[in-house]
Design a binder for this molecule. Structure first.
Ligand code: ZN
Ligand code: CU
Length: 481
């Protein structure tokens, strides 16, 4: 475009990787207001602000497919742990746990992972979205309605199946959430508040999805010995609710299941021929959630991430704590409750095999309120780009970018996101492919990544030169809009 046009911003001299998986190409990117208005040779155009991207990759901003950032959006709107990685949108409300619709003082685990006494304060899902609009964060968010949140709101006891009336009530609440713009319904059938929910209950609630073209997202009942049965349960729910399904943080847990991802991925591939299936994965061999005996039992190492009873023990090994207390690890765990932990219970080869699947979306599953969080909160995206793509060469950079941008936007129905092209919204990450790397570790987890130069959300810069700019251009992304 040598027409002498004037733009708000031109990102000049970089190499564009557009998020579709197509090959990189040299090109400038022009932005006007919140949209991309030019891609290619813009040497004839001028701009109010020029960003020099010489020697850098210009990619769509990353979309974190799996987060628990519901309350962080409101309480920590700078969202440094995400924008410092190049993330420009997050999907919240995963694992059956969403901040709305629920009003409650003392949420049971795992709802307490996202909020304590004052967090659950939205009667209607739309009230939560309106609040995010009123007090925007640095990045965009898409929303899921959580099954456990609905159960806690609708049932007097959680250790049983919901009645027909309760299912109807929860379906109504889900429908209301979807009408306000939620992109789907999540479950955490692995967790206590939902363990007693039979498949039929989930199907009954999920009937609300079809009319909205929304999706079913699940932390499955079992990611260990019975992972294949859990995949089958998930696929059945998708078929009977006539909805796409997304398997959350796909993994196989427990030493005796190591190598089992060969079967799970083959099983997913087989069923993908007949129904719409997606999944996300985080690039680590350790998981993290609330402190639970069944998770301790399959882990080789357990690290405490927070403890209400003993806040001083966050960051310590459970086995050391048990030695000091002179008891076994289960007795020690009981003394820390309520608490959270990191569990080393996965095989590096399984993680690499799952990451390498062309349909694997990248999702952090980071826990933003933990005292000593799993490093995935600050490190997921640079770790995939630096460690797994550049250093281990598991896949091309174009593929790595697609799995954190275009693929994720398509799976969650995020319109005009996840691609660098004229007309798309200007969510952009400029990074150095030689330097990008996670620096957050299990010992020192709160550290911004290396190699991220500029991050723009809706055409506004939110991260530059290693610091947050203070801009808050994020939006609550409504389904279809
Ligand atoms: Zn989960
Ligand atoms: Cu999760």
């Amino acid at each position: 475009m040598a027409d002498g046009a004037r733009h708000d911003i031109i990102i000049r001299g970089g190499t564009v990787i557009d998020g579709t998986g197509g090959p990189r190409r040299a090109g400038d990117v022009a932005i006007d207001d919140d949209r991309i208005t030019g891609v290619g040779d813009l040497s004839g155009a001028t701009a109010g602000r020029e960003i020099d991207a010489t020697g850098r990759i210009v990619a769509p901003g990353f979309i974190d497919a799996h987060t628990h950032d519901d309350r962080a959006l409101l309480d920590n709107p700078s969202m440094d742990m995400k924008v410092s990685q190049g993330v420009t949108s997050v999907v919240v409300g995963n694992c059956g746990v969403s901040l709305a619709p629920l009003v409650m003082k003392d949420p049971p685990p795992p709802l307490d992972l996202i909020a304590g006494t004052d967090g659950f304060r939205f009667e209607k899902f739309g009230d939560f979205l309106d609040e995010v609009d009123k007090a925007p964060a640095a990045l965009n968010a898409a929303f899921l309605v959580g099954h456990s949140t609905l159960r806690v709101g609708a049932m007097d006891r959680l250790d049983r199946a919901a009645t027909a009336d309760e299912i109807k009530m929860m379906r109504g609440k889900l429908d209301e959430g979807l009408q306000s713009g939620a992109v789907g319904f999540s479950t955490g059938l692995f967790y206590k508040p939902a363990q007693e929910a039979p498949t039929e209950e989930v199907i009954g609630i999920a009937q609300a999805l079809k009319a909205h073209g929304a999706r079913y997202v699940t932390h499955m009942r079992d990611e260990g010995d019975n992972v294949i049965q859990s995949l089958d349960e998930t696929f059945r729910i998708g078929r009977e609710a006539h909805s796409p399904v997304i398997v959350s943080h796909h993994k196989v847990h427990g030493k005796h299941n190591f190598g089992h991802s060969r079967e799970t991925l083959a099983h997913i591939d087989h069923h993908m021929e007949h129904q719409d299936i997606g999944f996300d994965v985080y690039p680590y061999i350790a998981s993290s959630t609330v402190l639970k005996d069944d998770s301790i039992a399959v882990a080789e190492r357990v690290l405490i991430t927070w403890s209400k009873a003993r806040p001083d023990l966050a960051g310590r090994e459970l086995s050391e704590i048990a030695d000091e207390l002179g008891c076994d690890i289960y007795q020690a765990a009981a003394q820390l409750q309520p608490a959270g932990a990191i569990y080393f219970a996965m095989d590096e080869e399984d993680v690499q095999r799952i990451l390498s699947h062309p349909n694997a979306m990248i999702g952090s599953d980071g826990l933003p309120h933990d005292e000593h969080p799993h490093p995935r909160l600050w490190g997921t995206f640079p770790r995939v780009l630096g460690h797994y793509c550049r250093d281990l060469k598991l896949f091309s950079l174009e593929e790595a970018v697609r799995r954190m941008t275009g693929l994720t936007a398509a799976n969650f129905g995020l319109v005009d996101r996840g691609e660098i092209r004229v007309g798309a919204l200007a969510d952009i990450c400029v990074f150095d492919e030689d330097k990008i790397l996670d620096t957050a570790s299990f010992d020192d987890p709160i550290r911004p990544a290396a190699g991220i130069d500029h991050v723009l959300v809706n055409g506004r810069e939110v991260w530059a030169a290693g610091a947050n700019t203070g801009n808050r251009p994020g939006r609550a992304l409504r389904r279809g809009g």
